[in-house]
Design a binder for this molecule. Structure first.
Ligand SMILES: [Zn+2]
Ligand SMILES: [Zn+2]
Length: 476
């Protein structure tokens, strides 16, 4: 039975050019189970493995980066004429949330069942079960354990023959549980073997419930929003550092750890190094990568890079040239498995494309020789197409004067210590120009401001509709 995990979105809070918002598609046999559905997820799937008719959807919590893609995806299923019912599972509050979403997006015609889960519930499917686990985020939040049913033990043909069974159909029947001429299955089969086990943390601080639930998992997919230097901030926002996630993986004795929900605040190489110092079998999937989960006797979980798969080549290993089996493929000349592509000469996984020689993911493309994404192209003899003349003294015509020490004309003054012209002021400690002001301590540009008091940028809308708003976050 094929069992694999497709990473449709691996960013946290804010999408980047190369990473979409959280969504993980689990494929087992013909089943397709989606965990979280950030904005843009359906497009991430359409562009890669296809938007298959999902078997189930599980939401970990209701911060906006984890579910906003769901209404649009369901509308697409509706437009395609889906008839099969769909069940969406999530923490308490699910019905209110989707009730609001459908008032905004319109109803669908297929049967939609909304199931609010609590720790201790078990959802049974053909050959596997899914169990929610309480995790420690802000507001109700669940992790999930997907575990396969036990498998029969290994068949011992010599024992069967010595007990008088004939090779052929009798062997098959006794393996399927029949007692034949007094020979019971347990006489010729070894002890039952455990199935495979996959655990997803959702957004959470390191927590014991997940550590226990993840014990012995083949794969733990854990969030890693921060690096160690921001351990305190991780605690404040209910997130984990990469090293903390790795400690959970180590303590739970999992086979492989995959880190997602990574922030653009930190170089991915730093997250990787900090995690691997604690738990060596750590990978950081990029969007569209897959982790294959073979049966244990057939091998260990394997990360298959999307570009390696597209080229039909091996994922990692021999052709890599590097000593680390986790390196991401032969076309990547760099030793860092986090590099985002073969043609990318830069060490930063946030770079937005192979032809981009610049280190900034905001750069706008290959033809742009300049470091500023706002430059308008190679035909401009000046570094910035908006330059207005020699009297400016600054390289960008939009600079607002000599006191502006920054290279980008959109910077709003000398006190702005940030490289992004869209940052809105000196008190904004966050790297994202979309942050809405100094009083906003959160990295998410969707937060609606300090005066709001509430964490949800959608609050205003939900209040106007008279609905009970879900908790949506600041730091995703
Ligand atoms: Zn999040
Ligand atoms: Zn969150």
């Amino acid at each position: 039975m094929d069992f694999s995990v497709f990473f449709a979105g691996t960013a946290g809070s804010i999408p980047t050019a190369r990473r979409g918002l959280p969504a993980v598609l689990v494929r087992r046999g013909a089943d397709r189970i989606l965990f979280d559905c950030g904005e843009g997820t359906q497009r991430q799937l359409v562009a890669t493995v296809g938007l298959s008719d999902l078997t189930d959807v599980f939401l970990t919590h209701f911060h906006a980066d984890h579910w906003l893609g769901l209404p649009g995806m369901l509308k697409t299923f509706d437009l395609r004429g889906r008839e099969r019912p769909l069940t969406i599972h999530g923490p308490p509050g699910l019905r209110n949330l989707l009730g609001l979403a459908f008032r905004l997006a319109g109803r669908v015609h297929f049967e939609l069942e909304l199931v609010e889960l609590a720790a201790g519930d078990v959802i049974k499917r053909d050959g596997y079960r899914i169990a929610p686990v309480d995790v420690d985020h802000r507001g109700p939040a669940l992790g999930y354990v997907l575990f396969e049913d036990q498998r029969p033990g290994v068949f011992d043909p010599e024992a069967a023959t010595s007990l008088g069974l004939e090779p052929g159909p009798e062997f098959g029947r006794v393996q399927r549980g029949e007692t034949i001429r007094g020979v019971a299955p347990e006489q010729v089969l070894g002890p039952p073997r455990p199935g495979r086990k996959l655990v997803l943390s959702g957004d959470t601080m390191p927590c014991d419930s997940l550590r226990i639930a993840a014990h012995g998992a083949d794969l733990l997919i854990h969030e890693a929003t921060f690096a160690e230097e921001e351990r305190e901030r991780a605690r404040e926002t209910g997130h984990s550092t990469a090293a903390q996630a790795a400690a959970v993986a180590r303590d739970a004795e999992v086979t492989m750890l995959a880190l997602i929900h990574v922030s653009t605040r930190h170089p991915l190489g730093l997250l990787r190094d900090e995690a691997r110092a604690v738990f060596a079998q750590t990978v950081l999937p990029r969007d569209f990568d897959t982790i294959e989960l073979p049966l244990p006797e057939r091998g260990k979980p394997t990360l298959v890079r999307w570009d390696a798969r597209a080229a039909g080549g091996p994922a990692d290993g021999r052709a890599d040239g590097a000593p680390d089996g986790l390196d991401d493929g032969r076309a990547d000349g760099a030793p860092d498995g986090l590099d985002d592509g073969p043609a990318d000469g830069a060490p930063d996984g946030l770079d937005d494309g192979p032809a981009d020689g610049a280190p900034d993911g905001l750069d706008d493309g290959p033809a742009d020789g300049a470091p500023d994404g706002l430059d308008d192209g190679p035909a401009d003899g000046a570094p910035d197409g908006l330059d207005d003349g020699p009297a400016d003294g600054a390289p960008d015509g939009l600079d607002d004067g000599p006191a502006d020490g920054a290279p980008d004309g959109l910077d709003d003054g000398p006190a702005d210590g940030a490289p992004d012209g869209l940052d809105d002021g000196p008190a904004d400690g966050a790297p994202d120009g979309l942050d809405d002001g100094p009083a906003d301590g959160a990295p998410d540009g969707l937060d609606d401001g300090p005066a709001d008091g509430a964490p949800d940028g959608l609050d205003a809308a939900s209040q106007s509709l008279g609905a009970e708003e879900p908790a949506v976050e600041r730091a995703s």
